[in-house]
Design a protein around this ligand. Structure first.
Ligand SMILES: *Cc1c(COP(=O)(O)O)cnc(C)c1O
Length: 382
């Protein structure tokens, strides 16, 4: 058959699209613990308020506010408050994206496109950095993490910075705490990031900040080559609305603003993000409950002699099976994830392990029960 897409860039043929749950699975799926969303929807009165604002204030025929001015100001205020900063951040330190995924792409466009740079990632980590880089033809350099605490291999990372040419590394992507492994950046990793030259941009993705309560934004004033990413998709329960933001010095923010689409964030998403920030006293207490549940799930998993589970500072836990070779580990974990799916539980098999989002107590109990049953069958089989 004739190739009907011969006009497409040849390197895209080998690229796999990001797969996530579609949201349209059969009703038999009850426990969606694979994408680290909040287990609870917005409270009904906040949803009503949102609907009311939509009816009263949004003209559907008009383009959204392309400057995001009000939203940026509220984000700046929240970020200042949450980090206990003395010097307040202002709206010109913020850029808003259609999810932080859009900001990751803007960063790549602004730094590496056209053969100007490569990126550095430490795996296992959030897969979108690599996926988005490849869609733009940007080379991805990968270093590993040690398997005790998932700190990155600093010797390899430094070597990569010094030795990567044609094109050199222009961006380092770090998640704080990392997904899927749940570990915060530790001091020696931060020291290494601080030591990087000015012509390397350091991206610190704090998607799970509300759970970890650790942030580097207090350092941004001294670090002109750092940018922090955050999102409304996790603790703020707005995954459906796709809102993320970047915090950095105003010069860098201006560049991100230059490369984004003019009306990248629908009006409804802008009002939703503003509203949840205004209502944060009501919404954020759930974070503490999820942390308590995470501790409970962690202890339960730790008691299982077949499971190795890691400490997590986020809203998920990461595990692998003990006493199983790396070769068969992935195959067995894939079977376990597939088997739980048939029972109605979604978990994520990624980076050589399994990542389980923390849900409601009922969801967590069901998932633990199904997982432990499946693992005992598997280990007996072997
Ligand atoms: C969930 C997540 C995001 C959020 O992406 P959005 O596009 O804002 O939904 C970004 N980075 C990491 C590491 C994540 O886990």
């Amino acid at each position: 058959m004739r190739d009907r897409t011969s006009f497409i860039r040849s390197d895209l043929a080998h690229l796999e699209a990001y797969t996530s749950h579609s949201g349209g699975e059969s009703p038999a799926i009850v426990d969606r613990l694979d994408t680290n969303e909040s287990p609870l929807d917005l409270p009904a009165d906040i949803k009503s308020k949102l609907a009311w604002i939509y009816q009263q204030e949004i003209e559907a025929n008009r383009y959204p506010d392309g400057s995001h001015t009000e939203l940026k100001n509220v984000i700046a205020e929240y970020s200042t408050e949450s980090a206990g900063l003395a010097d307040g951040l202002t709206g010109n330190c913020i850029s808003v994206g259609n999810g932080s995924d859009e900001l990751i792409r803007s960063i790549l466009i602004a730094t590496c496109l056209g053969g100007e740079g490569s990126i550095l990632v430490a795996t296992p980590t959030f897969s979108m950095y690599g996926i988005l880089a490849k869609t733009l033809g940007i080379p991805v350099v990968t270093v590993s993490r040690n398997e005790t605490d998932f700190a990155l291999d600093l010797t390899a990372a430094q070597q990569a910075i010094e030795q990567t040419e044609n094109p050199p590394i222009r961006v380092v992507f770090m998640v704080h705490p990392n997904s899927p492994t749940g570990n915060n950046l530790i001091e020696k990793e931060l020291d290494w990031l601080r030591s990087l030259p000015d012509n390397v941009l350091v991206v610190i993705d704090e998607a799970y900040f509300e759970f970890s309560q650790t942030s580097v934004i207090g350092e941004l004033a001294q670090r002109q080559n750092w940018v922090v990413l955050r999102t409304f998709s996790k603790a703020f329960r707005l995954a459906a609305h796709r809102v993320g933001y970047a915090i950095a010095n105003p010069e860098l923010i201006q560049v991100l603003e230059k490369v984004r689409l003019p009306y990248n964030l629908p009006s409804f998403s802008q009002i939703a993000a503003k509203l949840v920030l205004q209502q944060r006293q009501l919404l954020l207490p759930l974070v503490q409950e999820i942390i308590e549940e995470r501790k409970r799930v962690y202890s339960a998993l730790q008691k299982n002699s077949h499971i190795q589970v890691w400490r997590s500072d986020a809203n998920f836990v990461y595990l692998r099976l003990k006493n199983i070779s790396d070769d068969s580990q992935d195959e067995i974990l894939a079977q376990i994830a597939a088997s739980l799916k048939t029972e109605g539980t979604l978990i994520r098999h990624t980076g050589g392990g399994i990542r389980i989002s923390i849900g409601t107590p009922e969801e967590n109990n069901r998932t633990l029960e199904r997982l432990e049953k499946r693992i005992s069958l598997t280990t007996i089989d072997n």
